[in-house]
Design a protein around this ligand. Structure first.
Ligand code: HEC
Ligand SMILES: [Cu+2]
Length: 494
């Protein structure tokens, strides 16, 4: 628009004033009438009016598979039943990780709908889970994308419904505090909203979703690796992978196609932090639905998939061989795990590719991450109780706020209150321990029982002292002061 206007303005000075003013008015009138009839606006209001006929239960699939296409079925009331499972899995050989999942896989179950469907979503939180969760679907038109209606504690289920108004490929994710941590643990997936009549038919369809992971140990350090909040905040990923773990799409688990087939990949990126430069080595995408929307780009080498975004890529495979799928931010592919494989079988076509087929030129190299020696920043030291409270407020806002809330009121069934907490006021050293080492197991705060997980906070003695002094001197707590010496004593007691 601006470009067209600037051309018009330039011409305006060249032609006689009166005549050009008339021309300009006409152009503006035409432009105005055009923008009133843009198809996207029309389509959206139409899809809200689509009447559903009948009811069906949605087929849900784990990656790399997707449910059957919608074809030309009418819009329906679509029942989606999904269960959240917190479960241990393998990040890479010898490295275990506790994933939080929608439906038992990372990424979560693929949901396939068509425009105009009325989705009735039942979200269950398995009784063995430790934490409350919810779901925010980017395909939802409504506050929080469903998150505000779907908060659910372990052992409970919740229902809400929405109408799919816009066709496209959308990300869904958990949005329970701390949001970044829930996403980082694998709580994301894709929901496809097909247009009326369905997407064009292809031979093979697959579900590939990238995610970045942050562990206490460095890449490859064996054992059960806990999540590292600090590395996540620093966007310093230890693993960047497709479909939840290193090697989820390689070797026997590679996706496959035959020469001559058309392949469509539903590509998502859960993040939480990194943007993906999605690329298939040795293939050119014939068509890309940019960002999972309507705009189609053709003949694309690498497509950008935002964190919390998607793309649909399609290509015909013309020659046999192993095609390597990467995030072309290339250290992620060869050193952090963002490497998958598409194996194509069939006859060679020397006119397209004459080469000798060298299998296995591209191998993951693993991650030996070097640390540069450096000076730690000088610690801040509070000179008075008032100053300690002031520092503590900042620590609270950046560290505790997400769970315990702005006025220390907590969240029912999930995060206990710090405001007027009998548990807190009873024992200062116990409170210090909790901030230093985290807390699991059942506790009773002001008569309510909680059985959840508080992760250990990586804070200095000074920060722990400040934040607890702030908490003790707020919201009608008992006014105790906690000093760094008291924190050091507790730290060394273990
Ligand atoms: C990831 C969410 C989360 C964060 C962040 C968090 N907590 Fe907690 N906190 C919890 C949960 C959950 C419990 C209850 C644990 C249980 O059930 O055993 C808890 C318990 C507590 C308790 C004891 C119970 C009470 O209400 O008195 C204190 C004290 C506490 N947290 C202080 C803090 C402070 C201070 C910070 C910031 C430095 C913090 N927490 C950050 C989730 C969190
Ligand atoms: Cu969650």
């Amino acid at each position: 628009m601006r470009f067209i206007k600037s051309i018009i303005m330039r011409k305006y000075t060249l032609i006689q004033e009166k005549l050009s003013a008339i021309v300009l008015l006409c152009v503006i009138a035409i432009m105005a009438s055009c923008s009133n009839n843009t198809p996207s606006v029309k389509e959206k209001s139409n899809s809200a009016d689509i009447v559903v006929s009948g009811e069906m239960t949605a087929e849900l699939t784990a990656p790399p598979y997707v449910p059957a296409p919608v074809g030309d079925r009418p819009a329906k009331k679509l029942l989606v039943n999904m269960e959240i499972l917190e479960q241990e899995g393998e990040m890479t050989d010898g490295v275990k990780y506790v994933y939080w999942t929608f439906g038992g896989s990372v990424p979560g179950s693929f949901i396939r709908t068509r425009v105009g469907d009325e989705v009735q979503f039942t979200l269950k939180n398995h009784p063995d889970n430790k934490l409350p969760h919810n779901i925010d679907l980017h395909a939802v038109t409504g506050p929080g994308g469903g998150a505000t209606s779907s908060f659910v504690a372990p052992g409970y289920e919740t229902k809400f419904s929405f109408k799919t108004l816009n066709p496209g490929l959308y990300v869904y994710h958990c949005a329970t505090a701390p949001v970044g941590m829930h996403i980082a643990n694998g709580m994301y997936g894709l929901i496809l909203v097909e247009p009326e009549g369905g997407l064009p038919k292809v031979d093979k369809e697959y579900y590939v979703m990238q995610g970045d992971f942050y562990t206490k140990g460095e890449n490859g350090q064996p054992g059960l690796q806990p999540f590292s909040m600090q590395k996540a905040v620093d966007e310093d990923a230890d693993y960047v992978v497709f479909n939840g773990s290193v090697g989820a799409l390689t070797g026997d688990k590679a996706i496959t196609a035959k020469v001559g087939e058309t392949v469509r990949l539903y590509v998502g990126n859960g993040g939480p932090n990194l943007v993906s430069s999605f690329h298939v080595i040795g293939e050119i995408f014939d068509r890309v639905n940019i960002e999972g929307g309507d705009a189609i780009n053709e003949n694309v080498q690498t497509t950008l998939v935002p964190a919390g975004g998607s793309a649909i890529v399609e290509f015909k495979v013309d020659v046999p061989g192993t095609f390597i799928i990467v995030d072309h931010s290339i250290f992620r592919a060869f050193n952090k795990g963002a490497l998958g494989m598409l194996k194509v079988e069939g006859d060679e076509n020397k006119s397209i590719y004459s080469g000798k087929l060298l299998e296995g030129i591209y191998h993951p190299e693993g991650g030996t991450i070097q640390e540069m020696p450096g000076d730690a920043p000088a610690p801040r030291v509070a000179a008075s109780k008032a100053e300690r409270i002031e520092f503590g407020k900042q620590v609270y806002t950046s560290t505790c706020f997400a769970c315990h809330q702005s006025e220390g009121q907590g969240v029912a069934k999930a995060f206990p209150p710090l405001a007027g907490s009998d548990y807190l006021n009873e024992d200062v050293n116990r409170a210090i321990d909790i901030v230093l080492h985290g807390k699991t197991g059942e506790i009773t705060v002001n008569g309510e029982s909680y059985n959840s997980v508080m992760t250990a906070q990586t804070l200095s003695d000074e920060e722990v002292a400040s934040v607890l002094t702030y908490v003790y001197n707020s919201w009608s707590n008992n006014g105790s002061e906690v000093t760094p010496e008291m924190v050091a004593k507790q730290r060394n007691a273990h």
